[in-house]
Design a protein around this ligand. Sequence first.
Ligand SMILES: C[C@@H](O)[C@H](N)C(=O)O
Ligand SMILES: C[C@@H](O)[C@H](N)C(=O)O
Lengths: 156, 156
Amino acid sequence: EELVVSGVELDDTQARLTLLDVPDQPGYAAKVFHAIADADVFIDMIVQNVSTAGQTHLSFTVPRTQIERARAAAAKVVGASHVAVEPQIAKLSVLGVGMRTHTGVAMRMFGALADKNINITLINTSEVRINVVTDFGHGRAALECLRTAFEINGDY
Amino acid sequence: EELVVSGVELDDTQARLTLLDVPDQPGYAAKVFHAIADADVFIDMIVQNVSTAGQTHLSFTVPRTQIERARAAAAKVVGASHVAVEPQIAKLSVLGVGMRTHTGVAMRMFGALADKNINITLINTSEVRINVVTDFGHGRAALECLRTAFEINGDY
Ligand SMILES: C[C@@H](O)[C@H](N)C(=O)O
Ligand SMILES: C[C@@H](O)[C@H](N)C(=O)O
């Protein structure tokens, strides 16, 4: 599978909110995002995995300037003790148009971060990208190691 | 925020694997996807949320025909008891080029599914789409209700 990666990007302007242990019942996500929309919060990534024991976590990322508004809106729905805030995150994206399958790119991307001992806290993929979130402090190092792994020079 | 939704899609050809309670340590995702790549498995979505108590779940979706190969490869890394397989899923995507923020689309999408009592088991967003996974049996109903909610006629 010819790797078709065209670029690597770092966005370290966002924050992450995680709603912990929300009930996995129809309508719950709608309630949360209704409150977030009412608070006029701008959302980039939304990530939810499958539930265990009827509960799951719901994470989303927002511009750092909107974190307090987002936290207050989410707390109204799930209760303040269920809202975990990470005020600074680093989002790394590997871009590959025509990435028919994510397997090869994922292996190389996660392998490069592993070699630098950088932990992956969130993963989300799209048709043309793989996005991961790491600690804010590892953002620059993660960007450099991914540029090297995919042979992308620093002009991007 | 003008909603810019251009289409709604259903893909009910995939299966989902979830690796339960994997250690949230650098290098673990690399090991998993190395094994998956060696087994020549084709991956569409990858979803991982933040960990609690040092562990997290790692889900990915594959063509239904590759589920056994994927399961065997994953079991080699995490142990068979940590691999949960959902052999049939429905992936619903709402497409919106120029979706500057996901908030409005998310609210309407999740609200429409809630009104039909359809549970959301997985969420993943990209720059131009919001993808959710529901039970396979709800795929068609979910597609119809999202077409109505976003006023997309059935020609797509
Ligand atoms: C957790 C949340 O996504 C829930 N399953 C819902 O459908 O709203
Ligand atoms: C769980 C897995 O993503 C781990 N955090 C890693 O970096 O590999």
